[in-house]
Design a binder for this molecule. Structure first.
Ligand code: PGA
Length: 263
């Protein structure tokens, strides 16, 4: 079993005080979790405050987006170096909301991945199909295209620094989760693509999260699937209770699987 990674994508939520309260609660509740990687991705405006609170803790910081240029006249944008400077280890790239509302293409996603890697940030790269594409039977073609285009020109060594998040768009914020079977089917396919492009070894090592209406009551069945290595959590990461429960349940599952293996 690969070490699960649970990341909270706060999207455009939380003022400074709200963010401070939330992350303090997470720190208090999750301090002893070691078998799950925990990440929070607050909005840019509170990265600094959150960063100070989680310094020297088991919670890592991530940005929700990054611009591909190093610096310059790009009003409103934030560079990888700035994210790194404020304490980020991760950055979400190519989220479907960025693709939908801000016109991000696979080419842009590729440029952002490179910019992040240059600053040694770990990109969490989102891919996934829309409801229409799924209903037209195009899921595999879409995901394959996103992988081939987005990861184009990355060496295996560079590729292995990424986390992939499979997020079927129809499951994001809708309360309609993909069933574990539906998610596993695509995530297994993604792993197969990785094996074809790079190697079996790369396919085995890369961590693939599932995202889309992950909640405390469905996390276990999802990460029990062999190709699902954690979750990118939106709505349920905005309340300490639900995010804590998601992380704790993942941690308990890892513990029970490890002890099963030792028997
Ligand atoms: P959701 O969002 O958990 O609210 O569906 C997931 C995401 O957009 O990453």
């Amino acid at each position: 079993m690969r070490k699960p990674i649970i990341a909270g994508n706060w999207k455009m939520h939380k003022t400074t005080l709200e963010a401070i309260n939330l992350v303090n609660a997470l720190k208090r509740e999750l301090y002893n979790i070691e078998n799950v990687d925990i990440v929070v991705c607050p909005p840019f405006t509170v990265l600094n405050e959150v960063s100070e609170i989680i310094q020297d803790s088991n919670i890592a910081l991530g940005g929700q987006d990054v611009f591909w240029e190093k610096e310059g006249a790009f009003t409103g944008e934030v560079s990888a170096r700035m994210l790194k400077d404020v304490g980020c280890r991760y950055v979400i790239i190519g989220h479907s909301e960025r693709r939908k509302y801000f016109g991000e293409t696979d080419e842009i996603v590729g440029k952002k991945i490179r910019a992040a890697l240059k600053e040694e940030l770990i990109p969490i790269v989102c891919i996934g199909e829309s409801l229409k594409q799924r209903e037209e039977g195009k899921t595999f073609d879409i995901v394959k295209g996103q992988i081939r285009q987005g990861f184009k020109d990355l060496s295996e060594e560079e590729f292995l620094k990424l986390i992939i998040a499979y997020e079927p768009i129809w499951a994001i914020g809708t309360g309609r989760t993909a069933t574990p079977g539906e998610a596993e089917e695509v995530q297994g396919f993604i792993r197969q693509q990785i094996a074809d492009i790079y190697s079996e070894e790369a396919a085995n090592l890369i961590r693939i999260q599932y995202g889309g209406s992950v909640k405390p009551d469905n996390i276990e069945e999802l990460i029990r699937e062999k190709d699902i290595d954690g979750a990118l959590v939106g709505g349920a990461s905005l309340e300490a209770d639900s995010f804590v429960e998601i992380v704790k349940k993942s941690s308990a599952l890892v513990r029970s699987e490890t002890s099963d293996k030792q028997k």
